[in-house]
Design a protein. Structure first.
Length: 173
């Protein structure tokens, strides 16, 4: 070291202006690249995304055009089904008149009685086994197109019709 220099210690030159922004820009670029690679890596590992037709400009819409329709169950009549009809209103004899209507249409009604509640609003045919859906729809159509629902509240019957205040009494019409 020359002896004629009066400086002591380490001296650095003045910092250039804008140096902090350059470091920030490089850090942001590196972060963006790493996040992008991570997302692509996760899609590749999970096989959650398929890039078919994305890069060539031709999309594959054949899968959306050929969706499999869900089959609808058709109403059927099964005289062997165990049918119970319950009156959920204050109208006397409503279950008996509905049972007569169902019997005339080919159903075998095992029991007709009052429901535990007399303020049922919506008439519904309940079934617990999904295999009985067609029969439930058939009984509902026989009783004037009432609602159908799955329920395990009525274990003693294949089909249970609970008549509500919306039910049209066959004797009235």
């Amino acid at each position: 070291m020359p002896t004629d220099v009066a400086r002591r210690g380490a001296h650095r030159g003045p910092k250039r202006r804008g140096r902090g922004w350059i470091v920030f820009a490089w850090a942001a670029l590196a972060t963006g690249v790493l996040v992008g690679l991570g997302v692509v890596g996760l899609f590749a590992v999970n096989n959650g995304n398929q890039f078919t037709g994305v890069f060539s400009g031709t999309g594959s819409s054949a899968a959306a055009d050929t969706a499999t329709p869900t089959p609808t169950v058709q109403p059927t009549t099964n005289p062997a089904a165990n049918v119970t009809i319950l009156n959920g209103t204050t109208t006397e004899g409503l279950a008996t008149r509905a049972a007569d209507q169902a019997t005339t249409a080919g159903w075998t009604v095992g029991a007709e009685a009052n429901a535990s509640s007399q303020d049922v609003a919506t008439s519904t045919v309940y079934y617990s086994d999904p295999a009985n859906e067609g029969e439930a729809k058939g009984l509902a159509a026989t009783l004037g197109g009432i609602a159908v629902a799955v329920s395990d509240q009525f274990p003693g019957a294949d089909l249970t019709a609970v008549l509500g205040t919306d039910y049209v009494d066959p004797a009235a019409g």
